[in-house]
Ligand binder design. Structure first.
Ligand SMILES: [Zn+2]
Length: 86
């Protein structure tokens, strides 16, 4: 399964804010590319969490995790972290 290409190509702007945004972006991209969930379980690449963590989340957050980076993903990821005690 190859996913992830959809997460590239959102560059633009510049300055310090952009640098910070890129740093966060790298964190999220690495997380998505990883095969280990924050809980230590195995997960699929392209997914934020393993199935066990994912199903603990409210439906609204589950669906928002399908947003693209820069289009609501970051917010959904942070909300999810709050629920999972990350
Ligand atoms: Zn997990």
């Amino acid at each position: 399964m190859k996913r992830g290409a959809q997460f590239s190509g959102l560059r633009g702007g510049g300055g310090v804010d952009q640098v910070n945004a890129d740093k966060d972006r790298e964190f999220y991209l690495k997380e998505l590319a990883s095969e280990e969930c924050q809980c230590g379980c195995e997960k699929n690449k392209g997914r934020t969490f393993c199935f066990g963590c994912y199903r603990k989340l409210p439906r609204e957050i589950q669906s928002r995790l399908y947003s693209k980076l820069g289009h609501g993903y970051e917010e959904a990821r942070e909300l999810a972290a709050g629920f999972l005690g990350d």
